[in-house]
Design a protein around this ligand. Structure first.
Ligand SMILES: Nc1nc2c(ncn2[C@@H]2O[C@H](COP(=O)(O)OP(=O)(O)OP(=O)(O)O)[C@@H](O)[C@H]2O)c(=O)[nH]1
Ligand SMILES: [Mg+2]
Length: 297
């Protein structure tokens, strides 16, 4: 039998470049929520992929940005914590648009870590011209000595096998850290609150989503019935936001909780009874105690 190999890999990059999407695509399963809004991921999320004798342990991280709230400071700290101690980093960027100063700031931090870094240029399905992609690759390569550069599309799946091949080649001899069938080590309550938050992010207008947190107050399985009962509280920062989340005659909240319930039923392969309430906690993103109580530090 061949020796087992593992690699711990941090997935880093600016907000909204597709870090969580690419993790889900590589795993073939959703472990990290995705939305069209920047700063969707708020804390470190582990995704595990075992193929044959190789186990890759990924950490999805929040997008690297200049923090404007205490929550943002916690998010940026989570990136630093993820980078230190891993075997390698997967630096993700988009194929469209200019290289931003925050891309270079993050690469400078990676330089200090002295670990191999793979550059994945995502969203190639949006790039009309090959020259544009090539010039981006050469600009990045002039700035940083990457272990490999792989153009990908997390949406279409292009380049994912090649990227996985490069990542697997970084694994070093070691026993596995997780069971071979493990996908994530997140507790169920965290997965549930994130799924509800994803539905909120996708449904609400621009003003509300960043001030939302979801807390699971009850999670229980009915004996011999294949039913899970869940009670969740959605926290927002203003009473006007509460009205928006609930909607006319409660319709918006109903739509959101139905979407979340359906996905949870698919995920857990059982019936789900989901009740959601909405509460206001003013300016919670600037109170470390509340951030802590939501498990976001
Ligand atoms: N066209 C296209 N869109 C993509 C691709 N990958 C991701 N997206 C979209 O980009 C948006 C952001 O994706 P996420 O995976 O949430 O990005 P992220 O980097 O995790 O974002 P944060 O958690 O906010 O840092 C979503 O609307 C995705 O559907 C891709 O390959 N092509
Ligand atoms: Mg994300």
């Amino acid at each position: 039998m061949k020796d087992k190999k593992t690699a711990f890999i941090a997935i880093v990059g600016r907000p909204n470049v597709g870090k969580s999407s690419i993790l889900n695509k590589m795993l073939g399963q959703k472990v990290s929520i995705v939305s069209s809004r920047p700063q969707t991921t708020r804390f470190r999320i582990t995704g595990i992929l075992t193929e044959g004798e190789v186990q890759l342990v990924f950490t999805d991280t929040p997008g690297f940005h200049k923090p404007r709230t205490k929550l943002g400071e916690n998010m940026v700290k989570a990136i630093g914590d993820s980078i230190s101690g891993v075997d390698a980093a997967l630096f993700l960027t988009e194929s469209t648009g200019e290289i931003k100063s925050s891309d270079l700031d993050l690469l400078n931090r990676l330089k200090n870590e002295n670990i191999p870094v793979i550059l994945a240029i995502n969203k190639i399905d949006l790039v009309p011209k090959k020259e544009e992609l090539l010039s981006k690759i050469s600009d990045y390569s002039a700035f940083f000595d990457f272990y490999a550069v792989v153009p990908v599309s997390a949406l279409k799946g292009d380049g994912i096998d090649e990227l996985l091949g490069e990542l697997m080649s970084l694994a070093k001899e070691s026993d596995f850290f997780f069971p071979e069938d493990a996908i994530t080590n997140q507790p169920e309550a965290v997965i549930i609150s994130e799924i509800i938050r994803e539905k909120l992010l996708n449904r609400l207008n621009d003003e509300v989503p960043h001030g939302i947190a979801v807390s699971i107050e009850k999670l229980s399985e009915r004996e011999n019935e294949n039913i899970i009962d869940i009670e969740a509280v959605i926290f927002c920062e203003k009473s006007s936001h509460k009205g928006i989340i609930i909607g006319k005659n409660g319709e918006t909240l109903k739509e959101i909780s139905t979407k979340a319930r359906k996905e949870l039923e698919y995920m857990f392969d059982c019936s789900v009874f989901l009740k959601c309430w909405v509460k206001v906690k003013k300016d919670w993103r600037n109170h470390q105690g509340i951030i802590h109580s939501f498990g976001l530090d």
